[in-house]
Write a new protein. Structure first.
Length: 325
């Protein structure tokens, strides 16, 4: 991020039926932060059926309301759009349920102000002394997902599911989110694959909500499955040669093994019987390997085009939002 004395901060808060807590979260946001000249708060009311919109408006936030519930990913994406339209240099996203301490916002945005990071994520698990009290299955799930994301991206993050994060303006301009279910893993994958700097800051949070239940992780199996699909799609799109090339190599190895077996049998006995079917399997495995390799080449070409299109989209967004700033 370009160095300058003061930045504009926009805090975005996706909210779905959070009337009981959203006002408290808004009122607790620090009004003065070193290096920040202006602070705005935007609540994305994701089709709430309670008084969320009223509570957020009365607390002084700008409110964008969906006519129906679109999901956390869609609300987060709208938060980016609204923040950029307001001229944000830094965007902080925080949940509306009150689990995060808004006093940690200065700590979260400091690396971006100093030009040390493009994205900063709050981490519940980086400091063992700050690990929250939460069900063991959720802790285990978070650790496993973090391992998967780290293996896919080469990062060394302890917590990839936390919704309390800060983004530079350029990071927000480069983000293109397609998932409506959630965004926490998708945004890390996308920015990491694009080479942006991501770091985490240890924070202390409330492990279990005081009011209501989680809208995203209420069904852990569904949440895990949806998150896995998002990660696999991102890996497919940004690392197609590894995905399809790996599948091609697997079937090629099978073709070689079965081919060697049936060839040795033929040279020894002079006949394919009783392993004629193995010869057919060899041909099938080789054909699948060839198709997957061709797919890998084509996907690699499409990925190059996507990189160019993403860069063009970034420049168009930058031009559009810079006019409004």
């Amino acid at each position: 991020m370009d160095q300058k004395k003061n930045f504009k901060l926009v805090v975005t808060i996706p909210a779905y039926n959070e009337a009981a807590t959203v006002g408290q979260v808004i009122n607790s946001i620090p009004q003065q932060i070193e290096g920040i000249d202006c602070i705005d708060v935007v609540v994305i009311n994701d089709g709430s059926e309670d008084e969320t919109e009223k509570a957020a408006s009365e607390a002084g936030a700008k409110v964008v309301t969906f006519t129906h519930n679109k999901g956390l990913g869609a609300a987060f994406g709208q938060g980016f759009k609204s923040a950029l339209a307001l001229g944000a240099d830094i965007i902080v996203n925080i949940d509306a349920d009150g689990q995060f301490n808004t006093d940690d916002i200065p700590k979260l945005i400091k690396p971006i102000i100093q030009g040390q990071a493009d994205m900063v994520t709050a981490s519940r698990f980086a400091d063992k002394n700050l690990i929250p009290d939460m069900p063991w299955i959720k802790k285990w799930g978070n650790f496993r997902v973090a391992n998967i994301v780290n293996n896919l991206t080469g990062q060394k993050l302890h917590d990839v599911s936390c919704g309390f994060r800060a983004y530079s303006r350029d990071a927000a301009l480069r983000a293109t989110l397609l998932g409506g279910h959630t965004y926490t893993h998708e945004i890390i994958l996308e920015l990491a694959f694009r080479g942006l700097k991501i770091i985490e800051v240890p924070v202390e949070v409330i492990g279990v909500r005081k009011v209501g239940k989680s809208k995203v992780a209420s069904n852990l199996w569904k949440y895990g499955w949806n998150s896995l699909i998002i990660m696999l799609r991102a890996f497919r799109d940004y690392r197609p040669m590894k995905v399809f090339g790996g599948i091609s190599l697997f079937f090629l190895i099978l073709a070689i093994i079965t081919g060697l077996f049936v060839s040795i049998h033929f040279l020894t006995t002079g006949a394919f019987r009783p392993y004629t079917f193995v010869a057919f399997f060899t041909g099938a495995f080789a054909f699948i390997a060839l198709i997957c390799y061709i797919t890998a080449l084509l996907a690699g070409m499409l990925n190059r085009l996507r990189i160019l299109q993403d860069e063009q989209l970034f420049l168009l967004r930058k031009q559009e939002y810079d006019k409004e700033k």
